[in-house]
Design a protein around this ligand. Structure first.
Ligand SMILES: [Mg+2]
Length: 376
């Protein structure tokens, strides 16, 4: 087969919006409505195009011109380490050249399935209630957000908690967290999985208090309860067992402790959440296989970038104990993602080539002119 030479790379920041503004988490202010994914498109000499998220400079793009895809990628090792900064567009291009979805390249057995589906959760239940003084009204507001997510096809929901870490007086914020969680559970029924994310805004005692007072809501996982610490996690694990709670401990999204994987291997952490972009696609695939062997679950973080919604689905094909795709709904001007559908808490992943998204070249070119660059 003739080699595929890279002829041109274009880059631009695209613009889009979430269906509604995302509020605070326990340690940051409003996340807002705007989403601006940085997108690179690689044009091969044979006419094939691959695109995807890549935060790159013109110099980096320039350095890739003239390379052959076969020199920077092979199926066993993925994108070579020195080109990780553009791994998603390269994977997409490889998928286009093979005319196969990435999930089927990672796991050929998925070809036999009529539809490849991956469980997902609605990640949009932020701390959106700080303007309200009444806890009940606040709880109803967040429950109404879960209803909105359910209309979209979601069955599983992650709720931001830790209101008392910074935004509210501690006791009042914790009371409200508990009321919010119980209101969401009462509204969406017993089947949904509910995840909590404190963004390190709790301590051990607060974590126990909230999990005890939401015991009937059957929390599936508690994410970043506090900065990971093996002594505290051991204590929490023992307490969960004593209380008969099935809640999993999830961690690793940001500034993860270097020993986190050891603690996971030793059973102190159940779900690893390294960021899919910060950690990388290929490293995640390798890590996921390792975690499978340790009986530890995988749930990569990617909030805020939009593009992670889709690539996480494909990553799932290579990891047995893949928990959920984090779904951060947004519409991006210039990217058509309509082939992806959410039904009953699962993403239906399109059989289309690459990552299954399509880029409107006209809109992309306009954005390239406005805020991007062309290397050729
Ligand atoms: Mg998180």
């Amino acid at each position: 087969m003739p080699k595929t030479k890279i002829k041109c790379i274009k880059w631009a920041q695209l613009h889009g919006k979430r269906p509604r503004k995302a509020g605070c988490n326990s340690r940051l202010g409003e996340h807002g409505i705007h989403v601006k994914p940085p997108i690179a498109a690689i044009f091969a000499e044979n006419g094939a195009i691959g695109f995807g998220r890549a935060n790159i400079s013109k110099e980096q793009a320039q350095s890739l011109i003239g390379f052959h895809i076969e020199d920077i990628f092979d199926l066993e090792n993925g994108v070579k380490r020195q080109f990780h900064w553009i791994e998603y567009p390269i994977w997409d291009l490889v998928g286009q050249l093979a005319n196969k979805p990435i999930y089927s390249l990672l796991n050929p057995s998925t070809c036999d399935e009529d539809v490849f589906t991956v469980p997902c959760y609605d990640t949009s239940l932020y701390i959106d209630d700080l303007h309200l003084t009444d806890h009940k009204e606040a709880a109803d507001l967040i429950a109404s957000e879960a209803i909105a997510g359910r209309k979209y096809g979601h069955r599983n929901f992650k709720i931001k908690v830790g209101r008392g870490a910074m935004h509210m007086v501690l006791e009042s914020g914790t009371t409200r967290d508990i009321m919010v969680v119980n209101a969401v559970r009462n509204t969406i029924g017993p089947q949904a999985k509910i995840l909590l994310d404190a963004n390190n805004g709790y301590n051990l005692n607060l974590t126990k208090q909230v999990l005890a007072e939401t015991a009937e809501a059957h929390i599936h996982w508690i994410e970043e309860a506090f900065h990971e610490d093996p002594k505290l996690y051991e204590n929490l694990k023992n307490w969960l067992q004593k209380e008969g709670l099935q809640t999993l401990i999830a961690d690793g999204e940001g500034s993860a402790a270097p020993n986190l994987l050891d603690w996971a291997r030793n059973g102190l952490v159940d779900v690893i959440q390294y960021d899919i972009f910060g950690y990388g696609f290929m490293p995640w695939l390798k890590l996921g296989s390792q975690l499978d062997q340790w009986n530890v679950r995988s749930a990569p973080h990617h909030y805020g970038g939009y593009y992670g919604n889709f690539v996480s689905c494909h990553l799932a094909a290579g990891i047995q104990l893949f928990e959920f795709v984090e779904w951060d709904q947004a519409s991006i001007f210039g990217i058509d993602d309509s082939a992806y559908k959410i039904t009953d808490g699962f993403v239906n992943v399109p059989k289309a080539a690459g990552f299954g998204l399509s880029l409107d070249q006209e809109i992309f070119n306009q954005q390239v002119e406005q805020n991007g660059f062309v290397s050729q």
